[in-house]
Design a protein around this ligand. Sequence first.
Ligand SMILES: Cc1cc2nc3c(=O)[nH]c(=O)nc-3n(C[C@H](O)[C@H](O)[C@H](O)COP(=O)(O)O)c2cc1C
Length: 249
Amino acid sequence: MKKDYFINRRTVRNYAKKQIPEELIDSILERAMRAPTCGNMQLYSVIVTKDPANLERLAKEHFNQPAATGADVILTICADFNRFTQWCEASNAKPGYDNFHSFMMALTDAIIYTQQIVTIAEMEGLGTCYLGTVNYNAKQISEILELPELVVPVASISLGYPANEEEEQCERLPLDAIRHKETYHKDSNEYVIELFKTKDEFEPNKRFVEENNKESLAQLFTDIRYPESVNIEVSKTFMDLLKEKGYIK
Ligand SMILES: Cc1cc2nc3c(=O)[nH]c(=O)nc-3n(C[C@H](O)[C@H](O)[C@H](O)COP(=O)(O)O)c2cc1C
């Protein structure tokens, strides 16, 4: 039976030293443009980084995580109202896209485009990894990529042919945790604990908790992976970038 891509997919962080042909990258980026887009405005741009020196600079802003340092290509996908605004101005139409609502439209477009790239790339046999670190150093990444007004990096993905060893597929919550029928159903603490058992009992998670001397997986998230202090700092620097790029006053 043919393997179901969606059931079997996983992130790949280790890449073989093999170049992805430029035509394949362009073909993926072009096919991904068939993704739905708000008002058919295509409020996104993608910066393709392939040059080793530029990859090194970019990887540094992704905290040199292995998926970045070993990547053949890093794609930075930007929420982009610049091109559309320019077209309006050049066509005697008055644009009004320097506001937060416009950023949300462009952000949504950019993320949908990104996931379409990921799906097509993986179906072509490539490995991909989102680099959430794009949010942490969005300003520095904007400078490296020379992004103009109304262009903000919102997603990064590393691409490469998978190294030989297949990475272990990780756990998910049961459908019951995320699907609500007709109206939102708030579960009891006991049931939420039960639902998260898939995560608590996943061996690599248990090891991670132990290595970090934490009592639980939840503590690993709150104290180490996504602590409040970092969340607040990243929120602030990202809001500053939105101001600098003209999306908020
Ligand atoms: C917004 C976002 C940010 C992510 N950031 C990182 C990252 O910085 N480094 C990394 O190794 N994986 C990153 N990932 C990949 C997730 O860790 C991965 O999707 C998750 O653990 C589930 O694994 P799977 O994709 O193999 O099912 C990110 C994924 C998303 C959607």
